[in-house]
Write a new protein. Structure first.
Length: 102
């Protein structure tokens, strides 16, 4: 996984060489939480072998904020709104991903 946009954080980068099924990203303001989140999310949909490439159709959709299978949830979301969003996680993806055939 490429961490081009994540400056420093060598311990985090080393840990993420082994993928996990879930991540909790926590840290002080300015520590790269949002950058790391974007790298991890783009890597999930990227079609390239060097993830995230930023050039394939899936990466471009993600980077433009128009990927149909990615829901953006604000940090200040109300419980009721979150419950509504969570109803959508039971639907299968609309796009085809490389990891499905692995």
């Amino acid at each position: 996984m490429r961490f081009d946009g994540l400056i420093g954080n060598s311990g985090v980068k080393k840990t993420l060489e082994t993928p996990f099924h879930a991540y909790i990203i926590h840290g002080p303001k300015g520590s790269g939480k949002h950058t790391l989140e974007r790298i991890l999310t783009a890597s999930l949909v990227c079609k390239s072998s060097e993830k995230p490439c930023g050039k394939c159709e899936q990466c471009k959709k993600f980077l433009s904020g128009n990927h149909v299978d990615i829901s953006y949830i604000p940090t200040d979301i109300k419980v009721r709104e979150l419950r509504e969003k969570l109803k959508d996680v039971f639907y299968l993806p609309n796009e085809e991903y490389a990891f499905e055939n692995s």
